[in-house]
Structure formats: C-alpha cells, structure tokens
Design a protein around this ligand. Structure first.
Ligand SMILES: Cc1cc2nc3c(=O)[nH]c(=O)nc-3n(C[C@H](O)[C@H](O)[C@H](O)COP(=O)(O)OP(=O)(O)OC[C@H]3O[C@@H](n4cnc5c(N)ncnc54)[C@H](O)[C@@H]3O)c2cc1C
Length: 591
C-alpha cells in the first residue's frame, strides 16, 4: 500500500508482534527515548515464547566470564563455524556475538524485571563439533511472581496445558524431583509443600498458578517492563498492510474489531510476528516432504509480516542447513476436541530404558541427542525406509519412573491414554509390535541386541549416553551409563512421535542492524525484523539451548539502536554499572 495522508496515530517506531522479539524491541526503543507502540494480533502477549522454556543462548556474558567455565570468542566462533553452512562467521553472526552480552546488561540496567540467570551446567547440543561447552552459554529467566502484573496477568498467554499439573501449576525443571519425591529430603519436602501451598492459594483468586517459570516468566518480565515504561500495547490489532512512500516503509495499517487503523512510523517498523509455523502455505513451500505435524509453537503465527514484507520487496533467505528448528511431538486429541502436541524435549528420550524404533522395528539414532537432531535423524532414516513412523518403546518400570510424553511419572491410571490410542501396550514385545503395526520378530531382535549391551551400560550401535549432553538429560542414579539400562519384563509400552517444529529458521533476509534486505542485499529503508520473522542467524543450525530467543532479543536490541541512530558501544560505559549476576543458578528469585 502506498502513502495516504491521514494517520490515526503517529510515533517513531511501530513494533508488530507481542512475543519475545517484539516486546524486546519495543522495550529497547522506549529505553532509547523513541516513542513506540506495540501491535499484537491477539488479546494476549507471548506467542510461542510463552510456551517455551525461556532459555537464551548468549555466549561470553559477564556472569559466564566470572564463572568457572573457560570460554573464549575463538572457541565460540570455532563451534559456530563447524555448525553453520559455508563455515563463515557472517557480519550478522559477529553482531550477535558482540551485542548479546551488551543487550543483557542494557536490560538489566534499565529495567527492574528483565534479568537472567546463568545456568552453570547446560551443555551445548553438538559435542562432535569442536568448541562446544558444558555450560556458561545458556541463561534462564528467574521465577516471576505473576501477581506483580495485577490485571495484566491475564494478558500473558499460558503455557501448553499439559505442562501444567493440577490444572494450572507451572513446574520448572528444578521443581520436578521435589514434587515426585517429596520425602527424599527435608529440602525436597519443604520445596514441594511451598509449591503446593502457593498454588492452592493462587487458585482462590486466579485461573492458574501465578508462580511463573520458563517462557512464561520471560514474557511476564517483558510485559512488566513495558508497563513500567508505559509503552502502549494495542491488543487485537493485526498487521494488515505496510505503507510505503518512495521506496521506504513509513507506517502500516492494522485490523481491529472496530475497523482499520493507520499508524505512521517516523523512523521505522519492526516486524516480529513469530515466523511461519502457523502458515500451511509456507510450510508446504519451505519444509521437507513428507510433511511434518503442525507446529508445536503458536499456531497464530501465520507469516503475516513475512508475506507483506515480500510484497514490499524483501527477500527470503533460504540458505539454511534445515528450514526450521525441529522437535519430535506426540499427539493426542483432548476431550474437548482440541489437539495436544507434546514436544519431547528433555524429559524422556535420554532416560535409561527407552529406545526409538522406526516402522521396520529397528533403532535408527541416538535417542538422547537433541530434539532437533532427533528429527533430522528421522528424515535421514526416511531416505532408507520411505517412512517417518517412529515409536518410543519402554517397559512399565520406565513409565512409572520417568513418564512418557503426556503421561507423568507415577501415573497409575493409564486407561485414558490407552483409550485415546495415545499409548499402546502389549504384554509381550510381539503384542506391542502388533499394536503399532511393526514386525514382531524385528522388535524382539532390536530389544535383545539393545539389552545385551545395556546390561553393561553400553550402546555400541548409537552411543546413547556417550556425549555430555546425553548424560546431562539421563538419570544420574543409573550407573555406569545414566542413559542406558536394559528393557525389563513386560508389559511394554509405545508412544508414536512425529516431526514438528519449535520455531521456523528460514525467514526474512536481514543485516547486522536487523534491517530487512531485498533480493540484491540492500536494506529496505524503514523496515526492521527480529524473532522468528528474521532468517535465523544460525541458518538452521542448533548450537544449544536458547538458539532462537537469544538472537531474538539481541536483534531487537540492535534494531532499536539503529532506529535511534545510536551505537551499542555507548552501552559499554553504562554496562560497567551492571554487576555480574551470580554464576550459579538459584531458582527462587522473585518467586
Ligand atoms: C515447547 C517449546 C519450547 C521452546 N523453548 C525454547 C527455549 O528455551 N529457547 C529458545 O531459544 N527457543 C525456544 N523455543 C522457540 C521459541 O519459543 C521461539 O523461537 C520464539 O518464541 C519466537 O519468538 P517471536 O517473538 O519471534 O514469536 P512469538 O513469541 O511467537 O510471538 C509472535 C507474536 O506475534 C503475534 N502476531 C502474529 N501475527 C501478527 C499480526 N499479523 N499482527 C500482530 N501480531 C501478530 C502473535 O500473536 C504472537 O503474539 C521453544 C518453542 C517451543 C514450542
């Protein structure tokens, strides 16, 4: 759309999309003195960010440098060069590495709530590539007290329903053991009681628990910071058109329930509508065949901004190792007719006594590798077998100890899961094979071979438990290999998994200032991008936990600086005022 003379509102910057990318951009713009408005399509902020783990991958932060993990720029670059196509460190990647730690200091200095904690041990995902570290690059948002948001608590999109036990309690990784084994120690008992008491009292006043962790804590911290700075947020304002004048973007129109509204953006527009995970057309265009399940992210991210930017001359960067960030999901129809997609991230695959088999009844990969690499292995196996069929197999003891997908550990009544066809069961391996349409003798042979070595904690075929990442997600009480123990007596169980995505990687071409680029690589004046709308700086590689949210926040910060015509080096001075946060993770801050 070209310029028209009438504007309903005029500001320096309009940001579109209220997830991590858009909220960070709006916040950074406001801190830098720009007038800014945030437009969000739905009645809640958070998008996929709210259902995420909220981890950000930012190497070489102050906290990391003060900690005991040795790391260096050279080591980080060696690692990334080994993962990313063409093995070059692009200007955009350099900008990410330079600006990431500054971005954290900037938000820590200028907001009361936007803080992160370094997780001392949170391994990178690819230990076969030189430069990976055991910890020091991943940070998480501390627990946040949702009550601090007042009425705005309802504006935070809730996490995936099945991630909230008791119908609405958020549980972080550190809460799981105390809740499962409250009698293990005095501190476990105290922790479990505190969580349950807090949740019970929350439910007298709120629709869900207010002790927020992971992605929900991140979204709440961003919303709290935006409200503190009085940044206007237009809810149910969906980007409809970009307004161009003489080749530059000068504003946009949003659709609202009471009609369209035009917003003039004197300095620029930042696109952050969460990528194309919810767009059937773009999934068909960019994702491999056979098709993946629907996205595990927010289905309302229908590539609206990407399509409009392309109409305005933007290019899509497809030079990616793989077009999306993968995760295996299991799928169950809920009783209300909606579909639950459970992302198998860290809680079951790496644990001892589980194997993944394909449609021929054979194992095909190391089950404990990252979710991204697991799905890449499913597609590689498809080349051999012409099928993506994949089943996670375990015995009853495994199911009781660790749970499987939607089934929590210690679940006594498996009937609802069996009745829905989510869980398949067999008294013998042959029975189970029959239930999942796999050759029985093949499954028996696979389990026998796995068990032969598992008794010694070995997995010569796929090396389950060989890498630091594998062992990190295993069960440390199982020796000698925390990821391997024999599959015991029946009954046996299976849950089928399918490829899905956490967030898309292919996206709008952009430079190191987060400016959108055209086909010739020239910036489109007035148009910026961050989050999953931007072609990922990792080009489809998945270095470690926080691969998308770390860059989303960093390019939001860089876009704001470019819009304000300020150098980030100015922040270096300011950031001296920021103390290194503690290197050790402590989970209860502000909780
Ligand atoms: C289970 C799970 C766990 C994950 N864990 C992590 C993790 O720990 N670390 C990590 O780095 N990544 C993680 N991810 C991926 C990460 O959550 C996403 O990459 C990230 O949230 C994308 O942020 P975003 O701001 O681009 O989009 P979103 O957070 O999805 O926000 C996009 C927003 O734009 C709005 N919008 C869409 N269209 C329009 C429109 N036309 N007009 C206005 N607004 C619009 C949407 O309503 C939404 O609110 C995880 C994903 C999942 C599913």
């Amino acid at each position: 759309m070209t310029s028209n003379a009438r504007w309903d509102e005029e500001v320096d910057v309009v940001v579109v999309g209220g997830g991590c990318g858009g909220m960070s951009a709006a916040l950074a713009c406001s801190i830098l003195g720009l007038s800014v408005v945030l437009c969000e399509k739905t009645d809640q902020v958070g998008g996929t960010t709210s259902t995420s783990a909220g981890t950000i991958w930012i190497p070489l932060t102050k906290a990391a440098l003060a900690g005991d993990q040795a790391d260096s720029r050279e080591q980080v670059e060696r690692y990334l060069a080994g993962l990313i196509p063409n093995a070059t460190i692009s200007a955009r990647l350099r900008a990410f590495l330079d600006a990431g730690p500054k971005m954290l200091d900037f938000f820590a200095l200028h907001t009361a709530a936007l803080r992160f904690l370094l997780v001392a041990r949170h391994p990178d995902y690819r230990f076969d590539v030189p430069g990976a570290t055991v910890g020091g690059r991943a940070l998480i948002p501390p627990v946040f007290d949702g009550r601090l948001l007042g009425k705005d608590f309802d504006r935070v999109r809730p996490p995936i329903r099945e991630f909230m036990p008791l119908g609405g309690m958020m549980v972080g990784k550190d809460d799981i053991a105390p809740l499962l084994h409250p009698l293990a120690s005095v501190s476990a008992f105290r922790h479990a009681c505190t969580l349950l008491f807090r949740y019970a009292s929350d439910r007298l006043r709120y629709r869900r628990g207010t002790r927020l962790v992971m992605g929900n804590a991140l979204v709440a911290r961003l919303l709290h910071s935006l409200r503190q700075r009085q940044v206007p947020i237009r809810f149910e304002a969906s980007l409809d058109e970009l307004v161009m004048e003489q080749g530059r973007v000068i504003g946009l129109t949003v659709k609202q329930s009471d009609g369209p509204r035009t917003l003039r953006a004197r300095k620029g527009v930042v696109l952050a509508t969460g990528g194309f995970g919810g767009s059937a057309a773009l999934r068909a265009q960019y994702l491999p065949q056979p098709p993946a399940e629907a996205t595990a992210g927010f289905t309302g991210n229908t590539a609206d901004a990407i399509r409009l930017a392309v109409k305005s001359g933007a290019a899509i960067d497809t030079n990616h190792v793989t077009p999306t960030f993968w995760v295996p999901v299991s799928v169950m129809k809920r009783s209300d007719g909606t579909t639950a997609r459970y992302p198998h991230i860290v809680l079951d695959r790496a644990k001892p006594g589980l194997i993944a088999i394909d449609g021929t009844g054979k194992r095909f990969t190391n089950e404990a590798d990252s979710y991204h690499d697991f799905v890449l292995a499913m597609y590689a196996n498809y080349e051999q077998t012409q099928s993506l069929a994949t089943h996670l197999i375990c015995d009853a003891r495994f199911l009781r100890d660790y749970g499987l997908g939607l089934i929590y550990p210690k679940t006594r009544d498996l009937d609802p899961y069996l009745a829905m066809g989510y869980l398949k069961c067999g008294k013998t391996l042959e029975d189970l094979a029959h239930a999942i349409a796999v050759d029985g003798s093949a499954l028996v042979r696979t389990v026998a071979r796995y068990n032969e070595h598992a008794a010694r904690g070995d997995d010569p075929d796929f090396g389950k438990g060989a890498s630091i990442l594998n062992r990190h997600n295993g069960d440390p009480t199982v020796k000698p290999n925390p990821c391997v123990r024999p599959i015991g007596a029946g009954p046996y169980y299976a849950v089928s998994v399918f490829p899905s995505d956490l967030s898309t990687s292919v996206g709008l071409s952009a430079d190191e200032h987060a400016r959108v680029l055209d086909e010739k690589g020239a910036p489109l004046t007035g148009l910026y991008v961050c989050g999953a709308d931007m072609s990922s700086v990792m080009q489809g590689a998945y270095p470690g936990p926080g691969t998308t949210l770390g860059p989303a926040m960093t390019f939001a910060y860089l876009a704001a600086h470019h819009l304000a015509a300020l150098e980030t080096s100015r922040d270096a001075e300011l950031s001296n005022a920021v103390e290194a946060p503690p290197a050790r993770l402590f989970a209860q801050v502000n909780g």
